[in-house]
Design a protein around this ligand. Sequence first.
Ligand code: AGP
Length: 610
Amino acid sequence: MCGIFGYIGPDDSAEICIEGLKKLEYRGYDSAGLAGIHSGEFLFCKEVGKIDALEESWQKQKNKLSLAIAHTRWATHGKPTAENAHPHFDEHFNVAVVHNGIIENHHALREMLKEKGHNFQTETDTEVIAHLIYHFYEGNFLTAVQKSLSLLKGFWGLAILHKNHPDTIIAAANENPLAIAQHFDRQEVYISSDPNAFHKPDLDVLFLRSQEVAVICSSKVDVFNHTHERISKPTEKLQLEKHERSKGHFEHFMLKEIFEQPQTIRQALHSRLSIEFGTVEFDNFAFTLEELQGVRRILILACGTSWHAGSIAALLLEDKARIPTQAEIASEFRHKNPIISEDTLVIAISQSGETLDTISAVREAKRKGAKILAICNVQNSTLTREADSTLFLRAGPEISVCSTKAFTSQITVLSLFALLMGRLRHVSKEEGQAFIKELLNLPTVVEKVLEKAPLIKRLAKKYSKYPHFFFLGRHYMFTTSQEAALKLKEISYLHATGYPAGEMKHGPIALIDENLAVIGLCGNLKTYEKTLSNLTEVKARGAPILAIAFEEAPEIEEIATDTLYLPLICDELASIPFSVATQLLAYYIAKEQGTNIDLPRNLAKSVTVE
Ligand code: AGP
């Protein structure tokens, strides 16, 4: 979703901001813009679509800027048009604002400002901020910003310019992250919603916390807290992520990332296994074994695909460690008045580490005294800074909006954590060693699934003609079916539902007919026969069935219209190869549908609004 980049210093600020925006592209956006001050007036440029369009359009201006703020927008209030793209201005073009987040009371503020004679140019919530600052400005930029912020309700990361202050950027944050990086020797300062976009070594980075405001000049950064007192903020030198972001020979990032999974699973396992003791050892892990032994309940918080990984982990943790575990959808959790006891461990799962629903849920859990373990892919992300400790996925950047490799790495890392918790309780060394053997076999199993891509492509062609899909499974295969349905709908725009196979007869079976395709996930030995019975009920009602089953699964061909066989692996880990197969199925069906696979409609990679 939206991204902010700003720069003040000796280099051409517009050029640096455009480079910064390119590093934020992965978050998803529909338009982009930038503004700076030149000879006492604003110069700005906004374009719908790719940052390349913004760059091309800006280059026509041929002006260099000593300071600039820039933005990638993912539409919330108002359509994705050039007018609605940021920066937003007051009607006199005195103030420019770029904003991540949502101003919840923008309507009331807009009405109040209209009564005072203000005219609005756009439908966005952000525009009210520029008008408010103009309204309160009496010569002091900071005071005008502080007065304006005191009226806002909602979430924000902001970078603001005033044309009377051509050497200052004001930045502010509330719930949304904003990092400020200084290079003292060069007298330059960068601002970004994601510190990994800085990509320059040796920067001193500080993070604005909620309700803080920074006044930024090239030589210094002054930070003020919610009571307007100047505060000193510690800076840190960050290990910034440097990864190649190219598709290689693959047509889409999604396909590349699907094919990376044998390697990403290996990386997730690397140096974390103690075969001798049948257990797991994590580096830089802040929780002591005594603390882990004291955990009596686990609460998992996550969204989307990460919540699916969490639901699978909940089964694993109860199974291996016998700890009552609940996986909660983060956006629902906060409305529940949750019960968090002293011996509850909260695990927050997020590929990006920037999902606002998950971060808000984590903050709520922290307020209630919980300790937080993050499972995350992105170093320096907001979640990793809020958590007490983080287990990283080591999956490399996931660019595709459709999460694939992060999901299988999440299950891998959570399986390791479940084993560790199990070994601290009831699991014997031998049982631990047996599970490690299965884990080590995973990359090979996934390689064998990937070899089936041509067959899956043929099946996708056949099944892509159906407008509706049910994915059915039991036990670990139930959540796997939900994840498979999510993958299909988000990139093919076809209607798909993941459902517990045994629950069909309690209602949804009414929908079954020859126009609805059923994908039966038969990957768990424990529930295999019962799943088969449910598929028989489906067959009796005329629906075509694609069964995905482990090799040598009995009787399946008598029931299914088509069968895809995958290598056998223990029930607890079967979600991984079965998900790889359904990722490929979703990908090839989307190709048949002709959708934009790397930029599916209405979706963003980082969901930074609630
Ligand atoms: C996955 O394919 C989705 N695009 C989405 O559900 C995603 O998993 C969700 O938004 C959570 O993201 P996170 O893991 O970065 O927190």
